[in-house]
Design a protein around this ligand. Structure first.
Ligand code: PDD
Length: 283
């Protein structure tokens, strides 16, 4: 079953109009929310960000967020998801193809839930990355359906037999990964790009910053450059799907000692505790 507007439907009943503005312009916003043990992780934060993204592109949601929350609960239940995620997108709806907004937009919401395992191996062993120029627009804070810059970045990593691209703006500043936030550890302190228009303020990023604080690790929301990335003691990425994952090599050079570092492990342990807490709330 999938969610279409506010109704659960069988996927085979659903047709997408070729004049949907999401399809033609990427004119819409989205979210990916993780489900652990049948419970959504950070749902309120994801929905808040969804509302913000919509507002930033002058789009109104088709119905209130509280109702959306109950529908998403039903969606996870109907699909019997224990470990998985939900993908949700809202477009500016169907209209004759003109660049400007339609006079009376009818926002169109679709969400589906999928079973997906946690990335255990990558979290344990770490991932490899390349650096590449950040060619994206200047509103990366909006979780927009327009992901071409991200898609090209990820493909470049795949072509290099790596897992992720780390983006660097033309001013030499490291921003984020193609679908992840990036952190470096230097002399026991964490640095990550400030949450401004150059990055997506990840929900996992917010959790990571809290966990670091809990662990007594100083965090600087401050920019760093490519050399600082390459010289870091540890490099870590985070996202809803990748959780907290160490990066063990960048552009073919090993990060630190070339194995997942201590701080990555500490954050992973603390992240697991958060997930376990979710489970105990349920029981
Ligand atoms: N990606 N930065 C970018 C560019 C992203 O696409 C994502 C998430 C993140 C991390 O955000 P969060 O912690 O809220 O997942 C950072 C999602 C998972 C995706 O597009 O599949």
């Amino acid at each position: 079953m999938i969610l279409v507007q506010d109704q659960l439907k069988d996927q085979s009943e659903v047709r997408i109009d070729i004049e949907d503005r999401g399809y033609q312009f990427g004119d819409g916003v989205y979210e990916v929310v993780r489900i652990y043990n049948g419970q959504y992780f950070g749902m309120d934060e994801h929905l808040e960000r969804l509302e913000r993204s919509a507002k930033e592109i002058h789009m109104t949601l088709p119905y209130p967020i509280e109702l959306l929350k109950t529908r998403l609960e039903k969606l996870a239940e109907a699909n019997d998801i224990n470990d998985g995620h939900v993908y949700l997108q809202i477009t500016r709806g169907v209209a004759e193809r003109t660049h400007q907004f339609p006079a009376e937009p009818t926002p169109f919401l679709v969400a589906y839930a999928r079973k997906s395992p946690r990335p255990e191996n990558k979290m344990r062993e770490g991932i490899t990355a390349i650096t590449t120029e950040d060619i994206r627009w200047l509103r990366c804070d909006i979780k927009s359906l327009n992901l071409l810059g991200n898609v090209l970045g990820k493909q470049k990593a795949m072509d290099a037999k790596c897992d992720e691209s780390i983006f660097i703006r033309s001013n030499d500043i490291v921003t984020e990964g193609s679908s992840t936030n990036v952190y470096i550890l230097k002399d026991g302190e964490i640095f990550t790009h400030p949450a401004n228009n150059f990055i997506l303020n990840g929900i996992t990023r917010r959790v990571v910053l809290e966990l670091a604080e809990e662990a007594g690790i100083t965090v600087h929301e401050k920019t760093f450059n490519k050399q600082e990335l390459m010289d870091a003691d540890e490099v870590i990425i985070s996202s809803t799907t990748m959780e907290v994952t160490p990066v063990i090599s960048i552009d073919g050079k090993q990060v630190g000692t070339g194995v997942p570092g201590k701080v990555a492990r500490t954050l992973q342990e603390k992240f697991n505790e958060r997930i376990d807490k979710l489970q105990s709330v349920k029981n």
